[in-house]
Design a protein around this ligand. Structure first.
Ligand code: IPE
Ligand code: IPE
Ligand code: MG
Length: 253
């Protein structure tokens, strides 16, 4: 799929088809205001709503939000339970409106080990919105890219051991099709808030040719203007995918 022209007048000429977002800095936002970390997560949820709305307005087709990583289980039990509670609240409160806005919800990440009530809410969100054709909102929940790749490798190995697949069939395309993101195009742009400049196990395979923008704001501060700024930066980048520059004399940094 190609990057598209935006539907909106105020948008940059070139918007990513798929935007990945590492929503980071909720805790620091709260701590810097002498508030409990939970308040940062709660306000982060409002930033999620602003982000989805802005993405729809700007004509982005896919948004993947990193909402809970495989490694986030190592946080204090109370914070983990607050984050689970917020996810439940988000689905219960926002699902009807997302559906009414033609948003298709997809969940990536490991689901088998999730608490039953969470797993069924996620399933409900996917089932209700399956046929929608507007923005695809991919929620990376209990997601780790290394775990995703290892699971895909395991499934392929089982096929080989059963004689249904030969080792030569394990190509880039086949492995790609075995990931949670099988039918989702690779992210064109990955934005991370909070100033950290790392992927933290997010879409490692899929981000092979993604552009990165690191924003010096905490996630609860994210809004339409912040997204627009990131998109403007993205629009200035020249993506080469291993080829050569289309602009003459632009080989030097
Ligand atoms: C992002 O904010 C939310 C999750 C990782 C669930 P953090 O909770 O990581 O906030 P900081 O990075 O500690 O400030
Ligand atoms: C990444 O943020 C995970 C999510 C945003 C859900 P973290 O706060 O967990 O990442 P690290 O630990 O700073 O790398
Ligand atoms: Mg963090």
């Amino acid at each position: 799929m190609r990057e598209g022209a935006s539907a909106s007048h105020e948008a940059p000429v070139r918007v990513p088809v798929h935007l990945g977002v590492i929503m980071d800095g909720n805790g620091r936002w709260a701590t810097s205001r002498n508030l409990p970390r939970f308040e940062g997560h709660r306000r982060g949820m409002e930033a999620v709503r602003r982000c989805v709305r802005a993405a729809r307005e700007l004509g982005i087709r896919y948004v993947t939000l990193y909402s809970f990583s495989s490694e986030n289980w190592s946080r204090p039990a109370q914070e983990v339970s607050e984050l689970m509670g917020l996810l439940k609240r988000f689905v219960r409160h926002d699902l009807a409106e997302l559906h009414a806005s033609d948003v298709r919800v997809r969940i990536i990440g490991e689901r088998a080990s999730l608490p039953r009530d969470i797993a069924s809410l996620l399933e409900e969100a996917e089932n209700l919105t399956r046929a929608n054709t507007g923005l695809t909102l991919v929620v990376a929940f209990n997601y780790g890219s290394r775990q995703e790749i290892a699971s895909a490798a395991q499934r392929l190995a089982i096929e080989v051991a059963a004689g249904r697949l030969s080792p030569q069939d394990i190509t880039v395309e086949r492995l790609n099709a075995s990931l949670d993101t099988a039918d989702i195009p690779d992210p064109d742009l990955i934005v991370r808030t909070s100033g950290e400049q790392r992927l933290s196990n997010f879409l490692l395979w899929q981000a092979a040719y993604a552009e990165f923008v690191f924003l010096p704001i905490y996630w609860p501060e994210f809004d339409h203007a912040a997204l627009l700024g990131a998109l403007e930066e993205f629009a200035r980048r020249e993506r080469r995918f291993g080829g050569i520059s289309a602009r003459s004399g632009s080989a030097r940094p």
